[in-house]
Design a protein around this ligand. Structure first.
Ligand code: SF4
Ligand code: ZN
Length: 303
């Protein structure tokens, strides 16, 4: 096999694009493809102020890197989740990377505000990832609004998107099917949310990160073992092995054929939370209720 552009030895073959590329041509293809996805879904322009939510993992750091390389105004936001050493190490990686980029990084500490994810998991009957997802979405939007960003960008890749689509199809979660799109427009107190890496596989983002010397955290969050998303990713990878191209087709055909039919189902009735002012399905938003519970618990244990 040869690189399709220059004929040199390829570093990657992407069966879903029927494309083999060498190191240099993969890097420039990756960057052009990112730009194309941003334009295709009208995610943002050079006039937007973008907040990239960075976890220390390959996807979010690579996204921050590539957006700045493409000339976008993109700052980073790290939310310290209070997951022991894992959070400490990922914070270090993010801070070092911000220095390398000479970029602005906003850091907030969930542990100080309402205990970390382990505590929130224990005082609710929810799974760690479910409560984590809730507080992350809340904080991303809040910080973006507080600091005047017009767009929140996350590093979700094709494997993330296709696996969550699969699990929601299996459960026929119609509301979700009406909201799963690479760009969610600003509405009622929500800042626009975008996923510029939605068409890249995990392998592609990892390779791009490695080729650019991005020092990301390789260890997984200790709660990820319980995450059902890993199981769905494995299933999709097995299907992909047998029928290359299925993963990308599953996702893109959903965007083209299924999402438009369910769009209205995804609409929500929201009001500003009486405590924090963020959009909420009820008078007091789920995160303010959670915060109260956590603070009461922490005070009870101090006494
Ligand atoms: Fe949060 Fe779950 Fe991801 Fe850990 S694996 S960071 S708990 S969503
Ligand atoms: Zn609230």
């Amino acid at each position: 096999m040869k690189c399709r552009i220059c004929g040199k030895k390829p570093i990657i073959y992407m069966p879903h694009h029927r494309l083999a590329l060498c190191k240099e041509d993969f890097i420039s293809w990756f960057e052009r493809y990112t730009e194309r996805t941003i334009k295709e879904f009208k995610m943002f322009s050079k006039e937007d102020k973008i907040l990239v939510t960075v976890s220390g993992g390959k996807d979010s750091l690579a996204l921050w890197f590539v957006l700045r390389k493409l000339g976008y105004e993109a700052d980073g936001f790290y939310l310290h989740l209070g997951i022991g050493e894992y959070s400490e190490r990922s914070k270090e990686k993010v801070e070092k990377f911000a220095q390398r980029l000479k970029a602005k990084l906003i850091v907030e500490d969930l542990k100080k505000e309402m205990g970390g994810i382990p505590l929130l998991k224990d005082i609710t009957s929810r799974e760690a990832c479910s409560v984590c997802g809730l507080v992350k979405r809340y904080n991303f939007n809040k910080v973006a609004r507080d600091y005047g960003y017009t767009v929140v960008a996350t590093g979700h890749n094709l494997d993330d998107e296709a696996s969550s689509l699969l699990s929601n199809v299996i459960n026929w979660n119609i509301k979700y099917l009406g909201r799963k799109y690479p760009v969610l427009k600003e509405e009622e107190g929500f800042v626009r949310k975008v996923k510029p890496f939605c068409k890249f596989t995990e392998k592609e983002t990892a390779l791009y990160a490695l080729l650019n010397g991005i020092d990301f955290i390789e260890e997984e969050c200790p709660f990820s073992e319980d995450a059902s998303s890993i199981f769905y990713k494995e299933i999709l990878n097995r299907i992909e092995e047998k029928f290359p191209g299925t993963k990308l087709r599953f996702y893109l055909e959903y965007l083209r054929k299924v999402y438009p039919r369910f769009k209205e189902e995804g609409e929500r009735d929201l009001q500003p939370c009486k405590v924090c002012g963020q959009p909420s399905p009820s008078e007091i938003c789920p995160v303010c209720r959670l915060r109260e519970k956590a603070v009461n618990y922490l005070h009870g244990h101090e006494a």
